[in-house]
Write a protein that binds this ligand. Structure first.
Ligand code: HEC
Length: 276
């Protein structure tokens, strides 16, 4: 590259940094770079003052941070952020690391920020994990859909394999050591299938050799039948769907309560009858 072009690139970089500084997009520690060739780039030196930057503050370094134009000006400490992007992405011609003040403010709120991934990134992560080794594929609708499922069989399988942790109709429950099995209400059929295949955290996994594809389909259909939007409670009152504990408590309090009340009433009337 002839010198004039090099100077022009440096000048453009200076202009860009100063404009960003004016607009408060970059703070006094931010750094921006422009590619010089396949193995070197221009970057503002670590000591430069962003607001009064000139081309003299721009240093050309190779991908290991060594000056390539004979100067001994140092790149900023964070030059590897730029170098690795240039190394990995030959098409990238500029990298801006601006230290935007908003992200600094957000880190000062003490509020845990939620990590947000775009669907494309989730797909890329999934593809990457899948490339690491053999594992079950993401189930298809034919596997978890309701067609051909036997709800009664699913209920039986659920009570044998899952109810000890998730409760009789999947309302969830406490486990040892403060762990708990979550409710399965409103969980996506695909997600239920994947949970059985992979066994998250304390949950055992149920590969096809333990619960066949058909078994899994049946369980999912059962959960939909007992927890779906239009599920009715045959007894009228659902009692939390927590099984014998809440139902037993209900029977004790109301059933036995009524019997005791009747006994007291009868005894009171008998005593009265004797007196007269
Ligand atoms: C030994 C106890 C145990 C058994 C048995 C068990 N699970 Fe779980 N299950 C758990 C725990 C604990 C979690 C929560 C894991 C986590 O937090 O990552 C869980 C999570 C799940 C989830 C994910 C829920 C969500 O909202 O993300 C589904 C779905 C599930 N289980 C379905 C089942 C099915 C279906 C069965 C039977 C085939 C079953 N589980 C058997 C303990 C169990």
């Amino acid at each position: 590259m002839p010198d004039t072009t090099q100077h022009a690139i440096k000048q453009e970089l200076v202009d860009a940094i100063r404009m960003l500084e004016r607009a408060e997009y970059i703070d006094h520690n931010g750094h921006c770079s422009a590619r010089r060739d396949a193995s070197s780039f221009y970057i503002n030196s670590g000591a430069s003052v962003r607001g009064t930057l000139t081309v003299e503050d721009i240093v050309a370094v190779d991908l290991d941070g060594r000056p390539v134009d004979g100067s001994n000006v140092k790149p900023p400490l964070e030059f590897p952020i730029h170098a690795e992007v240039y190394r990995a992405r030959p098409k990238v011609n500029a990298v801006f690391h601006t230290h935007p003040q908003w992200s600094t403010y957000l880190t000062m709120t003490g509020v845990q920020q939620k990590v947000v991934y775009a669907q494309a990134e989730i797909d890329q992560l999934a593809a990457y994990i899948a490339s690491l080794g053999a594992g079950p594929n993401i189930p298809t609708e034919a596997q978890y859909g309701p067609e051909g499922a036997d709800i009664a069989k699913g209920g039986e399988l659920f009570r044998t394999n899952c109810a000890q942790c998730h409760n009789f109709t999947g309302k969830g429950g406490a486990l040892t050591h403060g762990k708990f099995a979550p409710t399965l209400e409103d969980v996506d059929p695909k997600h239920i299938y994947e949970a059985m295949q992979t066994g998250p955290q304390n949950m055992p996994s149920f590969p096809d050799t333990t619960l066949s594809e058909q078994n899994k389909k049946d369980i999912i259909a059962y959960l939909d039948a007992v927890n779906g939007d239009d599920t009715e409670s045959p007894g009228g009152l659902e009692l939390g769907g927590l099984g014998p504990v809440s139902e037993g408590l209900f029977a004790w309090v109301f059933g036995l309560g009524a019997l005791i009340a009747v006994a007291v009433w009868v005894a009171a009337r008998t005593a009265k009858a004797k007196k007269s």
